[in-house]
Design a protein around this ligand. Structure first.
Ligand code: SF4
Ligand code: SF4
Length: 286
């Protein structure tokens, strides 16, 4: 059986990806999946070697056949997005509504597949990785996340791995729902601020709704020990595992600048042993 662990956060910038990368360097025989398809950044730290690239097509765009088009202007008049300029279509503005195809008396318009992003299969120094990149302005990120997870599951099967470690996207939207659906554990990274606590409780509710067990990590806990204590009490009241509290330390930024995970950069540092303990607890929880 393959266990899936997703590291998520209620908002961006909590240090989620640094935590995922650190766990990746501590784990054995895992598959990595970066489901933050709108703004992936795990590859910056892990510098994967891309083995396979596939186009992700999830929507349509209009295309005019200039041989058939008489430039009557009907499509231009009907397009609410100012995308039809016969015999050309502005692909960036086109929303794929197909009104132009419907109104064209010459049947000169065809709706064709639009490339919305790319799906990658790669190899990192910690194992295979499934990841993707949505093109600017494109939607359907939830669908692309599902593709990343599907590819991750196939990689786990072909590599005989029993653990998939997922870097999720921040927030509570569609990509997060697609990330946490039927996983084994959601690890929520939060910061000790009032907005951090609020965002953490929203993402916890979401995980609850999908019957996904959760655990919490407080990053930069010493920036507000009062708020960290609030989060600690919240975890106790709600029977949530508090995996650990990471202090603020410039070492984290230094390791990122060196494109290394924290345990790679400073294996003897207290934060590295803290992360090691957290990873061991995660393995016990699943
Ligand atoms: S409606 Fe059809 S024929 Fe008329 S301008 Fe548009 S594409 Fe050309
Ligand atoms: S598909 Fe819709 S948005 Fe795109 S050009 Fe045609 S009418 Fe405009």
């Amino acid at each position: 059986m393959v266990c899936e662990i997703a590291v998520i956060s209620g908002k961006g910038g909590t240090g989620k990806t640094s935590v995922v990368a650190a766990f990746a360097s501590l784990a054995e025989n895992i598959i990595l999946a970066d489901c933050d398809v709108d703004a992936p950044d795990l590859h910056i730290l892990l510098q994967p070697e891309i083995k396979k690239t596939e186009e992700f097509q999830s929507s349509k765009v209009a295309k005019i056949d200039s041989e058939l088009c008489t430039e009557c202007g009907l499509c231009e008049e009907s397009c609410r997005f100012d995308a039809a300029h016969p015999p050309m279509i502005d692909a960036i503005s086109c929303e794929g509504c197909a009104v132009c195809e419907y109104v064209c008396p010459e049947h000169a318009v065809q709706m064709v597949d639009r490339v919305s992003g790319h799906l990658f299969e790669s190899l990192t120094r910690f194992g295979p990785m499934s990841h993707a990149k949505l093109l600017p302005g494109e939607g359907n990120s939830g669908l692309l996340v599902t593709e990343v997870r599907k590819q991750g599951e196939e990689l786990a099967k072909s590599n005989g791995s029993d653990t998939i470690l997922i870097d999720g996207s921040p927030g509570i939207g569609c990509p997060v729902i697609a990330t946490i659906r039927s996983i084994d554990l959601a690890v929520i990274v939060t910061e000790p601020t009032m907005s951090g606590i609020h965002d953490m409780s929203r993402v916890l509710q979401l995980a609850d709704r999908f019957n996904v067990p959760s655990a919490v990590i407080i990053n930069k806990f010493d920036l507000s020990e009062a708020n960290s204590a609030r989060i600690e009490s919240f975890c106790k009241e709600n029977s949530l595992s508090l995996l650990g509290m990471i202090p603020f330390d410039p070492l984290v930024t230094k390791s990122m600048l060196d494109a290394k995970t924290i345990p790679e950069f400073a294996p003897q540092h207290a934060i590295s042993s803290l992360l090691n303990d957290m990873w061991k607890t995660i393995l016990e929880l699943i």
